[in-house]
Design a protein around this ligand. Sequence first.
Ligand SMILES: [Zn+2]
Length: 232
Amino acid sequence: MTERTLEWGQTPWDSLSREELLREVQRYYAALTETASVLKQQRDADGGAPFWSIACGGSGGMALAVAESVLKRVDTDDRQRESTFRAFFRYAYELLFPDVPHRTRWAMCDTCGRMIGHPESRVGLACGSVTGAPCSGTMRAITWDDLAPKLEARADRWNIGFDDVARLPPGLEKAAQWLEYALGWPGEHHKQWFMERALEALEVDLAPLAEELRELGSGTVDGDAWRPGIAP
Ligand SMILES: [Zn+2]
């Protein structure tokens, strides 16, 4: 943002594009969440000090009240705040605040799609040495593209290829993409293969699940052994 003297009625954000404004909102939300969390810890440690009392006009209490007033417009409770954090802000912190030292640095492998967070940057290292996976890829820094919603791709299920889906980090988006394939692909064993990938994307352990299905006498069981789906 350029430094200039504002005229009456102007604000520093008036000439920003929608994208620039959105990033600013994300920065403010992230900074305010951290600030409110620290203020709450301090308030709880201080007990009933007048500084934290709104009735006494305490500036700590007032600061926390205005912070919570803003944050509640996004998340109604701490549980929702946690899911907002996990959906985006956990990974976006180092992109939103490039000038701040971070507790977790994220790196991504384009070959296998694994994403890993570590206190020290893993960028430039061999994927196998970082993730322990049998992968020959190299870790790179995450970008805004990695965090972009994939809604358009989901709308057209044939628009995003297997490799693209495999590269997504584990989570709901990846599972939804595999399920899109499962719903549209002919052949029961192929559908099953996609569903297994969806469960893996949700980090479900398939072995105990296969055991449960075996006990149910599932038709996908061959004799006593679980028969995995067939890749299309
Ligand atoms: Zn890899």
